[in-house]
Design a protein around this ligand. Structure first.
Ligand code: AMP
Length: 213
């Protein structure tokens, strides 16, 4: 049995064509079903529906043989013991710094001001601002980072940006692009040895389908 850990939403939707290239079709819709283990048309393949931030943990400890997760999650939560054979080029976005449109970020940085930064990406933000020599107080949030500058909780946020519509709707502007993000295939190293043939077949099928519509 091969177990693949996926999160609901964009990653699941953009993984469907890759699975199809490997001859795998998930039989339930995770948006409609309450099941957490989904069967596929292949009796030897099943899909676990887990939180995006839990995918590396499931794969690292062997709860799943493979998983798909964003580079943001791997950088923030660590990727110890995970084999990362492929950038799947899905769920593409960027991780950026954004501020209120009326906040003069460039001057604040130039003057060496201490910035309050709200984010769920504390490790990524810490490293980024340290590399720029900017002093920051990091405020950990778990969601809706965009709200923090609007109510004075923070001067800036570090968050994922895709179209930029969420920032625009909240009168925020992107002032730094920290890095581009996409989702990666991660594989448990012991599983790769023990179930080499079926796992290699899936990796090869995904590799052949990457970037194709
Ligand atoms: P957008 O309005 O298209 O710029 O999307 C921004 C919102 O969607 C933010 O709340 C982000 O946290 C979230 N978001 C954007 N891209 C992704 C992604 N690839 N994975 C997860 N969340 C995302």
């Amino acid at each position: 049995m091969i177990t693949l850990a996926l999160s609901k939403g964009r990653i699941f939707e953009e993984t469907v064509p890759l699975l199809k290239a490997a001859g795998i079709e998930v039989l339930d819709d995770p948006e409609k079903s309450r099941k957490l283990i989904l069967d596929t048309n292949q009796p030897g393949v099943r899909v676990l529906v887990v939180r995006a931030t839990d995918v590396p943990t499931y794969v690292q400890y062997g709860g799943a043989d493979m998983g798909i997760t964003g580079k943001d999650t791997l950088l923030e939560h660590g990727s110890q013991g995970l084999y990362q054979p492929l950038d799947l080029q899905i769920a593409k976005c960027r991780i950026s710094v954004a501020v209120r449109a009326d906040f003069d970020y460039a001057s604040a940085v130039k003057q060496g001001s201490r910035l309050k930064v709200a984010t769920k990406y504390v490790a990524i933000a810490r490293e980024f601002f340290a590399s720029k020599g900017v002093h920051v107080d990091l405020i950990k949030l778990y969601g809706s980072m965009e709200l923090a500058p609007l109510v004075g909780l923070a001067d800036a946020i570090v968050d994922l940006v895709s179209t930029g519509n969420t920032l625009k709707a909240n009168h925020l502007v992107e002032v730094e692009r920290i890095m581009d993000i996409s989702s990666r295939l991660v594989v448990n190293q012991a599983a790769l040895k023990l179930k080499q043939e079926p796992i290699r077949a899936i990796i090869d099928a995904f590799a052949g389908a990457v970037g194709k519509p």
